[in-house]
Design a protein around this ligand. Structure first.
Ligand code: UGA
Length: 443
């Protein structure tokens, strides 16, 4: 098969990025989504979320004609050689497992609409065993005489670097049951293969597990250092120096060892919970039990940030203005899903504080979830007359802050750097009571 036409089912973070990048690689691409508003925006070249570099790429290929969007699945079924499934697998409401409603529905409706030989490629993060189940579903739904098969190709993109990660992945993992299917994907990813990108050809189960294992490992690294932060903030010691020192050992590595208010977002938290739930279903709950501890350490960081705020305000928080700098789960994103900063802000608000939130990109999404927090449009507005400033997301604008920037604006010189990104001694020398997560409070 020569691959020319590619469809991408689901146009959220993953799908919109994948669709634009496939167009950039020279394919004709059709993005399909059930949400007409999203399709209308994307067709006009507008991106409904913040991702650096992606709006430009979408506009470029909508204009070139290589990228189109539709709500009509049958257009994809009769046209594409390869279909990527890129819909979400959020945490179940009221449960800890992954909600597979969207993956199942997308695969079913796609399989039923396919009228030419083609390959379906799952990219969504799914519990192990899902691909094998969907392969049967696809086989049953295929029209007589039409050959449709399934591959699994997990995605490792990071929000904020989605375009770069998709165009220049650090590895490609391909789970297939037939060599012909792998050959098709070699054609799709020819450009990456030319650059000698590692190509891991494997079965469905390994491909599915690679993705969740990677996220579980990253979550473990973060909670590992945060567990040490609990120790250093009690007995003394410097958590950042500790991370630097162990990070020089290349077997350990320095990345993902930044202690602070912990991990959030639409992936790490729900993936470690879904993995535990899935292995428990397999009768192996002991195997991933440690991930429960990883989750608990992570959630304790949020409570600790709130406790630090109380301590800095001498337990007297009622009516006090607190500036919360950063509400997204990480910089370069407007995503507030499971955001540690938003959680901390909401807890402080519930405790009676007057919370002023400023985030360069996240205010709108945060306001949709917690409308009662005070959202302001600038750092200055947030910190003016604040009794306490808390840095919860390490946007560059906040990392560049100096004591002089806030001098004369705040009501009291109290700062909680919940991401450990500012030089504590500079702030203390300028007369601030300066706290960090992982550092014993000097008062
Ligand atoms: C994560 C993975 O990094 C991607 O490889 C994966 O493809 C993606 O999930 C996914 O499953 O789709 P992402 O959710 O964009 O990507 O965010 P990360 O950069 O991993 O950050 C996750 C959280 O960890 C953030 O809240 C960040 O602030 C926190 N973090 C990260 C720390 O607290 N400390 C660190 O040292 C690093």
């Amino acid at each position: 098969m020569t691959v020319k036409n590619v469809s991408v089912i689901g146009t959220g973070y993953l799908g919109a990025t994948h669709a634009a990048c496939m167009a950039e690689l020279g394919f004709d691409v059709l993005g399909v989504d059930v949400d007409p508003a999203k399709i209308e925006a994307l067709s006009a070249g507008d991106l409904p979320f913040h991702e650096p570099g992606l709006p430009e790429l979408i506009r470029k290929h909508v204009a070139s004609g290589r990228l189109r969007f539709t709500t009509d699945m049958s257009q994809a079924g009769s046209w594409a050689d390869v279909h990527f499934i890129a819909v979400g697998t959020p945490q179940q409401r009221g449960g800890t497992g992954a909600d597979l409603t969207y993956v199942d529905a997308a695969t079913e409706s796609l399989a039923a609409s396919i009228t030419k030989d083609s390959l379906i490629v799952g990219k969504s993060t799914v519990p192990v065993g899902t691909a094998a189940r969907l392969a049967e579903l696809v086989e049953d739904a295929a029209a007589p005489g039409v050959e449709v098969s399934l591959a699994w190709n997990p995605e490792f993109l990071r929000e904020g670097y989605a375009v770069e990660d998709t165009l220049r992945p650090d590895r490609l993992v391909i789970g297939t049951r037939r060599p012909e299917d792998e050959a098709i994907l070699r054609e799709v990813y020819a450009e990456a293969l030319e650059r000698e990108t590692p190509w891991i050809s494997t079965d469905y189960e390994t491909a599915e597990l690679v993705k969740v294992a990677a996220n579980a490992f990253l979550a473990t690294k973060i909670s590992f250092i945060n567990a040490f932060a609990e120790v250093t903030e009690t007995i003394g010691g410097d958590i950042t120096t500790l991370a630097d020192a162990i990070g020089y050992d290349t077997r350990i590595g320095r990345k993902f060892l930044n202690a602070g208010v912990g991990f959030g977002g639409g992936c790490l938290p729900k993936d470690i919970r879904a993995l535990q739930t899935r292995v428990a279903e397999l009768g192996l709950d002991h195997s991933m039990r440690f991930l429960d501890e990883i989750d608990q350490i992570n959630l304790r960081r949020r409570k600790k940030a709130v406790a630090q705020a109380f301590e800095l305000l001498d337990q007297n928080i009622e009516g006090k203005k607190i500036a919360v700098l950063g509400i997204t789960f990480k910089p370069l994103s407007d995503d507030v899903r499971d955001s540690p900063g938003l959680d901390v802000a909401a807890r402080l608000y519930s405790a009676g504080a007057d919370v002023a939130v400023y985030d360069p990109e996240g205010n709108r999404n945060a306001a949709a979830r917690y409308p009662r927090l005070g959202y302001v449009d600038s750092l200055d507005e947030a910190v003016t007359a604040a009794e306490l400033v808390i840095l919860t997301t390490e946007w560059n604008e906040f990392k560049a802050l100096t004591p002089a920037d806030l001098e004369g604006k705040v009501a009291a010189k109290r700062f909680l750097d919940a991401r450990n990104v500012l030089p504590a001694h500079d702030w203390e020398n300028a007369g601030w009571t300066f706290a960090q997560l992982g550092r014993k409070l000097n008062r």
